[in-house]
Design a binder for this molecule. Structure first.
Ligand SMILES: [Zn+2]
Ligand SMILES: [Zn+2]
Length: 364
């Protein structure tokens, strides 16, 4: 099978790998589409360490081709979205409906859940990113991260639900559910930020305040009807403008999708006493933040989310229902399609900010 293999930082090329077989509890998918996410780019750029050679890609959707031993929930022909959240279902966290915090899953090892690799080229072992390695014609994924979706859903439109879109929707709908009539600030309006705005709008937010330093991104948020107000953080005082839009009080919710030095402080300042702040982004890796304890004495809540804190088998089908009901515009987030052979171009377009979200389509 063809796969995009990353052997060195900033190098990726199509190679012919052995046809993979599912292990126990795993399913084999014929890929239909996969999103190209910032995390893939971070690894390509060398900002996030993984063992190489590795096949990247973790926003895959595909059709089940074969199932491994012990698989009970899937059969060949099933349409599947591969969630980035791989809960074991049995640990302390999973039993508390926090699969995103599962104690038995470690990311970025390049290995499958049993600690071995599933991809190969002759004698050479090839690693898989995030138990998916979706930049390939076939993928082996654990049954427990796979979500079967309605057969009438156009699978190639659902790639974002594996990671980015679900993270944004989940932040505003699951991790910190926005109340009807709420005022919401979203700092960083790339693909995930737009998804947060979509989630907040679905929850009935009154004011959707989009913040970014790239005017084109703010225009897109407005054009999609996802921003009632926009703030260009490179020229405007974010906190002052948010207060002026919210009767001097501050917003009810702020989502920091950037995670750069200063953005968390800005989010904390921009919410009202009793307001909520959720950190989603880690663009520059982990950063420190300093804020006054008075923010906490004024009962502000500061938290974060992994993958939108969704329970994939519950929430992804709900998001698909919203999409099919015409209430969730997944297509506008995906502005460019590529063939697998164009993966280098797709990563470059993302790096240069030329796309909100690129999608590789395998039948194209
Ligand atoms: Zn991702
Ligand atoms: Zn677990």
């Amino acid at each position: 099978m063809k796969a995009a293999v990353c052997r060195e930082i900033r190098q990726i090329a199509i190679e012919e790998l052995d046809e993979p077989s599912p292990g126990d509890g795993e399913i084999k998918l014929r890929m239909v589409a996969t999103g190209v996410c910032r995390t893939d780019l971070s690894i390509f750029q060398g900002h996030l360490a993984v063992p190489r050679p590795i096949v990247l890609g973790h926003e895959g959707v595909g059709i089940v081709e074969a199932v491994g031993r012990g698989v009970t929930r899937f059969a060949p022909g099933d349409p599947v979205v591969c969630s980035i959240i791989v809960g074991c279902g049995d640990c302390f966290q999973c039993l508390r409906k926090s699969s995103a915090l599962c104690e038995n899953v470690t990311f970025y090892t390049g290995k499958m859940l049993d600690g071995t690799t599933r991809l190969s080229k002759g004698d050479e072992a090839i690693h898989s990113l995030s138990f998916q390695a979706s930049f390939a014609e076939k993928a082996i994924v654990p049954e427990r991260s796979a979500v079967r979706v309605r057969p009438d859903a156009p699978l190639d439109r659902l790639a974002g639900l594996a990671c980015g879109v679900s993270t944004g929707l989940g932040a505003a709908m699951v991790r910190d559910p926005v109340e009807p009539g709420a005022n919401v600030v979203v700092i960083g309006t790339g693909g995930v930020g737009l998804s947060v705005l979509m989630g907040a709008r679905l929850r009935g937010a009154a004011r959707l305040i989009a913040v970014d330093v790239v005017p084109g991104k703010l225009e897109k948020a407005r054009a999609l009807g996802l921003a009632t107000d926009t703030i260009d953080a490179s020229t405007e005082d974010v906190v002052a403008v948010v207060r002026s839009l919210t009767e001097g009080r501050g917003a009810d919710h702020a989502f920091d999708v950037v995670g750069a030095p200063g953005t968390l402080e800005q989010a904390i300042e921009a919410v009202r006493p009793g307001g909520h702040v959720v950190v989603i982004g880690m663009t520059s890796g982990a950063v420190g933040a300093q804020f006054h304890t008075s923010a906490l004495l004024r009962q502000k809540t500061v938290t974060g989310t992994t993958g939108g804190s969704i329970e994939p088998r519950r929430h992804i089908p709900e998001f698909v229902d919203l999409f099919l009901a015409g209430r969730l515009d997944l297509e506008s987030l995906m502005d460019k399609s590529y063939r697998l052979e164009e993966i280098g171009q797709a990563l470059e377009d993302l790096e240069q900010g030329r796309v909100t979200r690129g999608v590789i389509r395998f039948d194209a």
